[in-house]
Design a binder for this molecule. Structure first.
Ligand code: SAM
Length: 202
């Protein structure tokens, strides 16, 4: 098993889903940004969704949901939580840097996954998958640690972004339409500054 997959499998096997530093009872601002940029019934891909409750809220609002994550153990937790409703979601256990989408989505969401890609090659692979998966006029909502956010997440190094550097990562296939600086309050009482960007597929 590759190092990264092993890391994430163990994190979710070892910790309760509500105890991880990135846990949110209410996935904000992701939910608001998705509702603002995706039409009713849209197909939403939550990339590196892990055990996030975003999928539950998206189902409640009538979206068609796909959750992709490198850790099957994370997806298993989300499925267990959702019970019968889990069958309404498409679950994909895959490394985003190797995944080749076989369908398109109206909106691509990523909270705290892209920032783990510290090599140009991995970021290029991610962009290739994203450009193939989002149809023209579709959107991407990307949240990373901000320049004044932590240098590590889950014990792994991350790349931090501001609105300009995040926008540069996704140009020219994606055009920035808005950005937000957001504080995340961790279950342990810490504060992490995030940079969120919304991009439109051109
Ligand atoms: C910090 S967590 C964020 C989880 C979720 N997006 C949230 O906001 O609650 C990062 C997630 O990305 C997943 N991940 C890390 N590297 C990945 C990769 N290369 N491909 C797919 N998922 C990955 C991890 O398993 C983990 O669930």
């Amino acid at each position: 098993m590759p190092v990264s997959e092993n890391h994430w499998q163990e994190v979710y096997a070892r910790k309760d889903e509500t105890a991880v530093s990135w846990f949110q009872e209410l996935p904000s601002p992701s939910l608001e940004l998705i509702e603002a940029h995706a039409p009713p019934g849209a197909r939403i891909a939550d990339i590196g969704g892990g055990a996030s409750r975003l999928a539950d809220y998206l189902l409640d609002r009538g979206f068609r949901v796909t959750v992709l994550d490198i850790a099957e153990s994370a997806l298993a937790k989300a499925r267990a939580r959702l019970g019968e409703r889990a069958s309404k979601i498409t679950w994909i256990a895959a490394d985003i840097t190797r995944w080749q989408p076989s369908e398109t989505f109206d909106l691509w969401h990523d909270r705290a996954v892209f920032h783990f890609l510290t090599t140009p090659e991995d970021r290029q692979s991610y962009r290739r998958a994203m450009a193939a998966a989002v149809g023209r006029g579709g959107h991407a909502v990307i949240g990373t640690f901000a320049l004044d956010g932590p240098a590590q997440c889950s014990g792994l190094p991350v790349c931090r972004y501001d609105s300009q550097t995040l926008g540069a990562e996704f140009a020219p296939d994606f055009f920035p339409v808005g950005d937000w600086s957001v504080d995340h309050h961790t279950p342990g009482g810490g504060v992490q500054r995030f940079q969120f960007g919304v991009f439109r597929r051109v």
